[in-house]
Design a protein around this ligand. Structure first.
Ligand code: FES
Length: 145
């Protein structure tokens, strides 16, 4: 390979890499996150499954680029964001402890999403939910925070 071919290959590779990064940045801008930093929802109502698929055990469902746990609590269907209000790690449901636990800095929340302990200073964000026929939908603007 000659010097000219090598330089053309180098310039072509750089342009491809730049194009890929630019495209990724545009996709991130065009695809809004499910929630703003203040906790308010951005997405419109989004169907997440039939009501029969949700039990007492929190089930993670995709809501935009976020995860939301949907489950029954005292017979009522509820939804809580899996985004930790501390610095936005994803909390996990711990069945043995019956709590949501954050793997980043050890905040914990009870099944209702209330803060138990850790550096998070607030509860998990409640996600607005509605049932339409046998379908569960999340979203619809700002949840009660
Ligand atoms: S991000 Fe969850 S405790 Fe820090």
């Amino acid at each position: 390979m000659g010097r000219r071919d090598f330089l053309n290959l180098l310039i072509g590779s750089a342009m491809l890499a730049w194009g890929g990064l630019t495209t990724a940045a545009l996709v991130k801008v065009v695809t809004p996150p499910a929630r703003r930093l203040d906790g308010s929802a951005k997405l419109e109502w989004l169907e997440v499954g039939p009501i029969s698929t949700f039990s007492e055990t929190p089930k993670p469902v995709a809501y935009g680029d976020e995860t939301v746990y949907v489950y029954r609590l005292n017979g009522k269907l509820v939804a809580n964001s899996a985004t930790c209000p501390h610095v936005r790690c994803v909390v996990r449901w711990d069945q043995a402890k019956s709590a949501f636990r954050c793997p980043c800095h050890a905040s914990a929340f009870d099944k209702a999403g209330k803060r138990l302990y850790g550096p998070a200073t607030r509860d998990l964000w409640a996600q607005r939910l509605r049932v339409q026929g046998d379908k569960v939908l999340l979203g619809g603007g700002t949840p009660a925070v």
